[in-house]
Design a binder for this molecule. Structure first.
Ligand code: BT5
Length: 252
């Protein structure tokens, strides 16, 4: 079914703005945030012309195929790191709920099904001098994106193909936002970190992160990855990309 403002209106409890096509939902949400959007307000689009990943990378959101949404949140600055955890956790739960097996979070922000990326999370904070004005939690989920003719065919997957049945995007958005609401209400509970940590799929495995090769030992409460190198040295990697050492897969 095509997404529309009317359909979303029937399903969503929170204030939202829907657009058939945008540059990036994160950009529109940032503008709305600075204009005083309420906590929990959402920008939703069917298609993104220049959806963004981290470090200026492109996030592909063709029409009629995906979820692209950005949620405006106003958490305490000390809990900022948990917003990314919440985003990944909620997509994990969505994928599990629609019947996908072998779902995992690849640190820090990829949600994978059977080792292929079905979703990415991009958190952007807006500061007023030293004060956190708010955060935009951007989530992209592949629902029926066809990657078969693209360079991502080995790396990316879509929910419908994995679940083996058609899925209603408005219903998926509703479920996802309910999960965000659930976890955001608990953002100050250690349960957020503990659950996110349990869902990570590479702890204990060989990895390469920011040029360091070793074993993914653990994560810190701030969300950094601890990598143990082959000499037993411990390295804390705060953001960046992890590649499974043994496999060839990477989504850079
Ligand atoms: C991410 O970046 O994974 C964060 C993606 C966040 C997208 C959402 S959509 C709503 C909101 N508005 C935005 O503009 N952004 C957010 P990163 O870890 O840097 O991964 C980017 C890489 O993933 C790219 O370089 C590609 O290799 C790959 N990629 C691009 N589109 C993809 C897709 N649809 N599915 C799987 N992989 C993709």
């Amino acid at each position: 079914m095509t997404l529309s403002e009317g359909i979303l209106q029937q399903k969503l409890a929170q204030p939202f703005r829907y657009f058939p096509r945008v540059t990036s939902t994160n950009d529109l949400a940032k503008t709305w945030l600075m204009q005083g959007a309420p906590d929990g307000a959402v920008v939703i689009a069917d298609e993104q012309a220049s959806g963004r990943g981290r470090s200026g990378r492109l996030w592909r959101t063709p029409p009629n195929a995906a979820l692209a949404l950005s949620i405006i949140l106003r958490p305490p600055a000390a809990l900022l790191a948990r917003v990314n955890m919440i985003g990944a956790l909620c997509v994990f739960e969505l994928a599990t709920q629609v019947g996908c097996d072998d779902v995992g979070i690849k640190w820090p922000n990829d949600i994978q099904v059977q080792d292929r990326k079905i979703s990415g999370v991009l958190v952007e904070a807006v500061w007023m001098q030293d004060n956190l004005d708010g955060v935009v939690l951007g989530i992209g989920v592949n629902v029926r994106n066809d990657f078969s003719q693209t360079d991502l065919r080995e790396l990316a997957a879509s929910l419908e193909y994995v679940a083996g049945r058609p899925l209603d995007r408005a219903e998926l958005i509703k479920t996802l936002l309910e999960r965000v609401d659930f976890w955001y209400q608990r953002i100050d509970a250690d349960q957020v970190f503990d659950t996110w940590r349990r869902r990570l799929n590479m702890l204990g495995h060989p990895v390469e992160a920011e040029g360091i090769r070793g074993r993914a030992l653990d994560v810190t409460a701030e969300g950094s990855l601890l990598v143990e190198d082959h000499h037993g040295g411990l390295h804390e990697v705060s953001a960046g990309d992890v590649t499974a050492f043994t496999g060839q897969r990477s989504t850079e």
